[in-house]
Design a protein. Sequence first.
Length: 101
Amino acid sequence: METKVVVGTEQGNVYLFQANLNTFIPLPSMGETDTIKHITATKNHYLIAQREMISVINIDNLATEKIVKHPSHMEVSYMKMNRERLVVVYDDKQIKTYLDK
């Protein structure tokens, strides 16, 4: 089984480290102010919540399938993929659903 780890740097750059290839793959980033807040892995995706956005990364090909910008000043409590929908709970109470177009 291959190992994949998401890492962030102090400069806000975000990488996926794939151990079997000994490779760092750059992920979308909003720059210096961005930090990783929450990471969830599903059967087919990595869901990476950063300060200002959520990236949906395909596990098989590591392509960024979707980038969703957060509402201002909200923290991600929980994320999941439900078919073509990204479901996010903010601040333990507000639920938002993002549909594929």
